[in-house]
Design a protein around this ligand. Structure first.
Ligand SMILES: NC(=O)C1=CN([C@@H]2O[C@H](COP(=O)(O)OP(=O)(O)OC[C@H]3O[C@@H](n4cnc5c(N)ncnc54)[C@H](OP(=O)(O)O)[C@@H]3O)[C@@H](O)[C@H]2O)C=CC1
Ligand SMILES: O=C(O)[C@@H]1CCC=N1
Length: 277
């Protein structure tokens, strides 16, 4: 089975490396192409056996399953280029949330799936969000679930919930990292603690927190209860967070959804331009 990757940027490279490091795929099972060739060349050099295609059509022609690891605004170009090289028996996986499964099915004859990975998958952790298209067979679904199961917990998601699920599984690593950095920076500003120490403390804390929640039998709720003893210092902090942080997240979810709707509209205008009168 040969797996093609179109786009070896941030996420394309992350997926390729996660599949290889997990032992799920061998470099010789992969063929890749990228707009800036040097980027794909560098990746191919790091993994002997990994094949570099001269263009996206070559990637498609030589693969059984191919991944579209490109940004929303880049779809029209790539779809135009590969459309007549795609076969009905192939599986095409898009990792991009605002490109609708039905629109990809209209463009390509392949069996379509949308699978949104998370940066957490680089550590073989976290979820991947699985939105199957209508042409996927049961075997195709099992195949993709098995593949992504090597680097993540695949979770079936309704397309209508893609945005919110992606906010929590895929964007949140960045949101949480930002909050941790802000916490460390505030500690530095308020007390003069060296920044390096502050960053190290919050990073180690996050490592422990992750383990407690995954292997330690804690939930988010029980964890807060255990640390915030009544009348203690943590309780004071939690009271403040409860008041101030909640509304920010409501605003954040509304914001990601507004940007998502905007992206969907732009993608649809580029894939299906309205006929000008
Ligand atoms: N970052 C994340 O954590 C996650 C990202 N995603 C989604 O993945 C998608 C890609 O994101 P990301 O990897 O961060 O973006 P990047 O910009 O890092 O990668 C996109 C890659 O696509 C390449 N590309 C663009 N046009 C073409 C083309 N015509 N032919 C071949 N290659 C092309 C670019 O090449 P060039 O080198 O020339 O720029 C670039 O390497 C986005 O839609 C994002 O929303 C999904 C889940 C998580
Ligand atoms: O648009 C998305 O949902 C993904 C998640 C992180 C980046 N892109």
């Amino acid at each position: 089975m040969i797996y093609g990757f179109i786009g070896t940027g941030n996420m394309g490279r992350t997926l390729i490396e996660a599949f290889i490091r997990s032992g799920k795929l061998k470099p010789s099972e992969l063929i890749i192409s990228n707009r800036t060739k040097s980027k794909a060349e560098a990746l191919a050099k790091s993994y002997p056996g990994l094949r570099l295609a001269s263009d996206n059509r070559e990637t498609v022609r030589n693969s059984d399953v191919f991944f579209l690891c490109i940004k929303p605004g880049e779809f029209r170009n790539v779809l135009d280029e590969i459309r007549d090289a795609v076969r009905e028996d192939q599986i095409a996986v898009s990792i991009t949330s605002p490109v609708m499964v039905a629109d990809l099915e209209a463009w390509l004859s392949a069996r379509i799936a949308k699978i949104i990975p998370s940066i957490a998958n680089a550590a073989c952790a976290g979820n991947s969000l699985f939105i199957p298209g209508s042409r996927l067979t049961r075997e195709n679904r099992d195949h993709l679930r098995d593949l992504f199961g090597a680097i993540s917990q695949p979770l079936m998601v309704e397309e209508v919930h893609t945005r919110v699920a992606s906010d929590l599984a895929c964007c949140a690593p960045a949101f949480m990292a930002h909050l941790m950095e802000k916490l460390a920076d505030a500690a530095v500003e308020e007390t003069g603690l060296p920044r390096e120490t502050a960053l190290s403390l919050v990073t180690r804390m996050a490592e422990g927190l992750g383990r407690l929640l995954t292997e330690g039998g804690f939930t988010l709720e029980t964890l807060q209860e255990r640390v915030a003893v009544p009348g203690g210092i943590t309780r004071e902090g939690l009271n403040l967070l409860q008041k101030d942080v909640g509304p920010v997240f409501n605003e954040l979810i509304r914001l990601t959804h507004a940007k998502y709707e905007d992206d969907i509209e732009k993608v649809q205008n580029s894939l299906f331009p309205k006929m000008k009168k």
